[in-house]
Ligand binder design. Structure first.
Ligand code: FES
Ligand code: FES
Length: 170
C-alpha cells in the first residue's frame, strides 16, 4: 500500500500525518507530530505505556494502525492541561507521588482520565480495573488509586460550583 496522508483531530487540532504500510498511531503521534508523551514500552499491546484516547476510549496506540484514526478525535497526555494549567488528575499524581520513573505515567494518566470521564466517583476496584492494562514497576498502584480518588473529589467539587482549573472532565 502506498503512503498517504491521514487527517485526524489531535488535542483539538486538525493535523495530518503520513501513513505507510503497518504504520501505527503511536508512531505517527511520536514521529510526525512530536507528541512523545505516549511511550513505546512493548509494541504489542501488553504494557499500556502508549495509551491515548480515540474518540473518548482508552486504546493502546501501538495496536491501532494510523489509517484507523482517519477523521477521528485523539487525546494525548499533552492535551490534558489547558492554557498551561494542569488537569486535576495530573496535579493529584504529583501530590500523591503516584509516579516515580514516569515511563508508564502518560498511559496511566490517560486510562484514569478515560475512567473519570464516565465515572466521577470510582471505587478502588473500578480504578484498579481501569489501570489493569498499565504496567508500573515502581508505585505498587496504591498511590495511583489515591491520586484518582483525590482528582475525582476535586472534579465533583468543581462541578458542584466550587470552581476548577484545567481541562474539564470529558
Ligand atoms: S507500547 Fe503499546 S501496550 Fe506497550
Ligand atoms: S512510574 Fe511507572 S514504571 Fe516507573
Amino acid at each position: 500500500m502506498a503512503d498517504r496522508d491521514i487527517q485526524m483531530n489531535v488535542n483539538g487540532l486538525a493535523l495530518k500525518v503520513n501513513s505507510g504500510p503497518g504504520r501505527t498511531l503511536l508512531s505517527a503521534l511520536r514521529e510526525d507530530l512530536g507528541l512523545i508523551g505516549a511511550k513505546d514500552g512493548c509494541s504489542q499491546g501488553d504494557c499500556g505505556a502508549c495509551v491515548v484516547l480515540l474518540d473518548g476510549q482508552a486504546v493502546n496506540s501501538c495496536m491501532v494502525l494510523a489509517p484507523q484514526a482517519q477523521g477521528r478525535d485523539i487525546l494525548t497526555v499533552e492535551g490534558l492541561a489547558e492554557n498551561g494549567v494542569l488537569h486535576p488528575l495530573q496535579r493529584a499524581f504529583g501530590e500523591t507521588w503516584a509516579f516515580q520513573c514516569g515511563f508508564c505515567t502518560p498511559g496511566m494518566l490517560m486510562s484514569c482520565y478515560a475512567l473519570l470521564s464516565s465515572n466521577d466517583e470510582p471505587s478502588r476496584e473500578e480504578i484498579l480495573t481501569a489501570i489493569s492494562g498499565n504496567f508500573c514497576r515502581c508505585t505498587g498502584y496504591q498511590a495511583v488509586v489515591k491520586a484518582v480518588q483525590q482528582a475525582a473529589a476535586e472534579i465533583r467539587a468543581s462541578s458542584s460550583g466550587d470552581g476548577e482549573q484545567g481541562r474539564a472532565p470529558a
